[in-house]
Design a protein around this ligand. Structure first.
Ligand code: TYM
Length: 333
């Protein structure tokens, strides 16, 4: 128990806006799992974040439960870590409003994800899409997190979180812990298998570009076999070889091998062998996750029991920070 008190706090979240991807897994969720050994880990399904883009309500309900089971299947241990659903913990929406009033319009306008998403959804550039990083800042700051394991695409949002926290602390004293991003060396930015200049994403129009955590082995193999490479026909990491670089990144992240080791392993071999090896390594990495998912998703009562318990604990912890924030700002408690 004494030990637990001293552990640093880790917070991270994922949007349940579709199936979880290999990018989500290698960039973030895999670290969530390993960090459970050393840290007090708090993880969330960021369902409030998903409605910045229109969702079909029935599909959204299915996605949330599916994502909950998928993340647990990756190895989140609910006895060790808190894994809750953001919309069940009202402090998140409340702190987001308060922090909105401490975040500048210009700061949010510089967020590259906002620029990308507003270009993609030009017919629905809603205020939520704009203020989304503030909700994310609130998620992190509510738990006084030390470390935030994420992929490279969230770095800018974490920097904003730190800026807002420092601004608030500058006005009211040390209310928030200043968090730090935790971005993996390898796998922080997994690219589309079909267009390796774009991030691998759930919303990839080309189904072969994105590997989903729950894809059956034959589908994974097919996607890797069709992965875009180049005409160089040599497995080496070099500028301009984006497709091969991406496959090497994935293979390295899954097997733990360095780029030099991978180059040596495939010296004199063609891309066909290489792609098959990457596919097989990914299949083996994901196989136990899919099997565990199949069991978990059948037991809705157990899933509910897990998130209800976590929701309650998350509310307790986050209420402490929110209470402090409201008092400092001047609300009557
Ligand atoms: P989301 O749901 O888009 O992605 C979840 C995590 O997966 C990482 N990721 C990737 N990593 C490597 N390669 C990729 N192609 C790739 N695609 C996604 C993301 O960096 C992320 O770590 N705003 C967040 C969710 C969130 C959050 C938070 C995260 C809400 N509140 C508080 C941390 C702390 C998001 O949309 O992630």
């Amino acid at each position: 128990m004494e030990n637990t008190e001293k552990k640093q706090v880790v917070f991270s979240a994922i949007q349940p806006s579709g199936t979880i991807t290999l990018g989500n897994y290698l960039g973030a969720v895999r670290n969530w799992v390993t960090m459970q050994e050393e840290y007090n880990c708090i993880y969330a399904l960021a369902d409030l974040h998903t409605i910045t883009v229109r969702q079909n309500p029935a599909q959204m309900r299915r996605n949330i439960l599916d994502a909950y089971a998928s993340i647990m299947a990756c190895g989140i241990d609910v006895e060790k870590s808190i894994f809750f659903i953001q919309s069940h913990v009202h402090t998140h929406a409340e702190i987001a409003w308060i922090l909105n009033c401490y975040t500048q319009f210009g700061e949010l306008g510089r967020m590259t994800q906002f620029k990308d998403k507003s270009a993609k959804h030009a017919d629905n550039i809603n205020a939520g899409l704009f203020t989304y990083p503030v909700l994310m800042a609130g998620d992190i700051l509510l738990y006084q997190a030390d470390k935030v394991p994420v992929g490279a695409d969230q770095k800018q949002h974490i920097e904003l979180t730190c800026d807002v926290a420092r601004r608030f602390n500058g006005l009211y004293g040390d209310v928030f812990k200043i968090p730090e991003g935790f971005i993996p060396q390898n796998g922080a930015r997994v690219m589309s298998l079909q267009n390796p200049l774009n991030k691998m994403s759930k919303s990839d129009e080309n189904v072969n570009g994105c590997v989903h955590l729950l894809d059956p082995p034959e589908v994974i193999m097919r996607k890797f076999k069709r992965a875009v490479t180049d005409s160089d026909a040599c497995v080496r990491y070099a500028e301009g070889k984006d497709g091969v670089n991406n496959l090497m990144t994935i293979y390295g992240a899954v097997t733990g091998k360095s780029f030099e080791q991978i180059e040596a392993e495939f010296a004199g071999k063609g891309y066909g062998d290489f792609k098959a090896a990457v596919g097989e390594a990914v299949v083996e990495e994901l196989r136990p996750i899919r099997e565990r998912y199949e069991q978990l998703i059948k037991d809705k009562a157990y899933l509910e029991e897990c998130y209800r318990k976590a929701d309650e604990t998350a509310l307790k912890i986050s209420s402490r920070t929110l209470g402090k924030v409201m008092k400092k700002v001047g609300f009557i408690r």
